[in-house]
Design a protein around this ligand. Structure first.
Ligand SMILES: [Zn+2]
Length: 421
């Protein structure tokens, strides 16, 4: 069934040195003094990164298209014009104090896949397309997975176009300013599959000494905005029985979130990451606290249970504190399993190449999660040092980048050359 079986895997090596050099060529654009990258979506530095990416793609003989939200697609034709393209890629934008590899690894490894196909004189049966999704990070306009989300129909394009950054610059104006509002509509076109290589951004692969993560899907999430309302009163004169302390209530809810997470073992995730205390004065019992709550879990049923249990239990905590709590559910994202056949190709490739690998569920959001709503999708993770990401110290070893890229090459070529009925 595997149309690539005639070519032994060992004869098809990507060039690890060339990949490493191209990663650092990209990292020089927006490089920070601490060794990281600041390349915010649709900024002039993002334009420079895109221009460089486009030039490198065109030098490799690829034809580059840009869609209305700035997503870039670099195509290499296949032998069979009737086949749908196999897509792969990631994103070139970064957090304000981001690392060199988050996103860029998947894009530059994709370029290395294209260059290796050229080196080998190998034309796949299906066309292959390398993608740079616009604004994965959401750091500037507050919408993560923006380009893939518009493409996949998750976001209303008109709402996104009007979204503004802290300086009041809209997405539409920023696209025009850098010249990346493309002619083609940002809608899902028919595609055979999508593969994304990304750093894990967590500690599991490194801790277990495993070279690759075979990503089986993304976990379900539920997010709330919570407002606890008590009563401002004098810190020195208000005895315990007369207090309605919104911060004590919030603290107990933080503890509740942590306990509900830990009750779910290693797969549990529960976080309060943001909190505002009012009036935030040393001598005043806080009358109002606003905070975020989120839970994530690979199992949809667990998140569905948490979505019911957490508000109820938080309500009991509030009653005991004499505080009123309002909760607004902001987001409920279903678990997104990846395509069994595509995941199978990733698993087979690791076995063929002799890489140690384990199955893993993505803890972070990725463009692949939205693409997977329309196109059979899989992801590959490589370890990163100390599991650190969204940090200028984010780091991977050259051998880890090479293994991830080789794995991506194998999976993409297997898919693009598979025999279809
Ligand atoms: Zn990323």
């Amino acid at each position: 069934m595997d149309g690539t079986a005639a070519l032994p895997a060992t004869n098809r090596r990507i060039n690890g040195r060339r990949l490493w050099d191209s990663l650092h060529e990209m990292a020089a654009i927006g490089a920070t003094p601490k060794g990281g990258v600041r390349r915010l979506a649709l900024s002039d530095l993002d334009r420079q990164g895109r221009d460089r990416f486009r030039a490198l793609c065109e030098a490799a003989g690829l034809v580059v298209r840009v869609d209305a939200i700035g997503n870039m697609f670099a195509r290499r034709e296949g032998a069979d014009p009737g086949r749908l393209p196999v897509l792969f890629g990631s994103h070139l934008d970064s957090q304000p104090s981001g690392g060199k590899f988050d996103g860029a690894l998947g894009v530059m490894a994709g370029l290395e896949v294209m260059r290796t196909l050229d080196d080998l004189g190998l034309q796949t049966d299906a066309p292959v397309e390398l993608v740079n999704w616009t604004d994965e990070e959401g750091a500037r306009f507050g919408r993560s997975l923006m380009g893939s989300g518009v493409w996949a129909g998750v976001y209303d394009p008109a709402v996104i176009e009007a979204a503004v950054d802290l300086d009041g610059v809209s997405v539409g104006a920023a696209l025009d300013a850098i010249g990346y509002r493309g002619a083609e509509p940002a809608v899902p076109f028919p595609a055979d599959s999508y593969f994304e290589l990304h750093i894990e951004q967590g500690p599991i692969l490194e801790r277990e000494g495993v070279q690759l993560g075979i990503v089986t899907g993304a976990q379900a999430q539920v997010w709330w905005d919570v407002v606890a309302t008590g009563r401002d009163s004098h810190a020195g004169t208000t005895p315990p029985g007369a207090r309605q302390d919104a911060l004590v209530c919030a603290a107990r809810i933080v503890d509740l979130v942590d306990r509900m997470m830990r009750a779910r073992g290693e797969d549990g995730r529960g976080t309060v990451g943001q909190m505002q205390v009012f009036p935030n004065s040393r001598n005043v019992i806080p009358g109002e606290v606003r905070f975020s709550v989120e839970f994530r879990h690979p199992d949809q049923a667990e998140v569905d249970r948490l979505a019911v249990q957490f508000p109820r239990e938080a309500g009991f905590v509030a009653r005991d504190c004499g505080v009123r709590v309002e909760m607004r559910e902001l987001l409920r994202m279903p678990a997104q399993p990846f395509d069994a056949d595509c995941v199978g190709l990733v698993r087979d490739a690791a076995a063929r190449l002799g890489y140690s690998a384990r199955e893993i569920v993505s803890g972070a959001g990725h463009d692949a999660v939205y693409v997977a709503r329309h196109v059979p999708t899989a992801m590959i993770f490589t370890p990163c040092k100390d599991g650190l990401s969204h940090n200028e110290a984010e780091s991977i070893e050259p051998g880890e980048a090479e293994a991830g890229c080789q794995e991506l090459f194998e999976a993409v070529v297997a898919r693009a050359c598979r025999v279809v009925a």
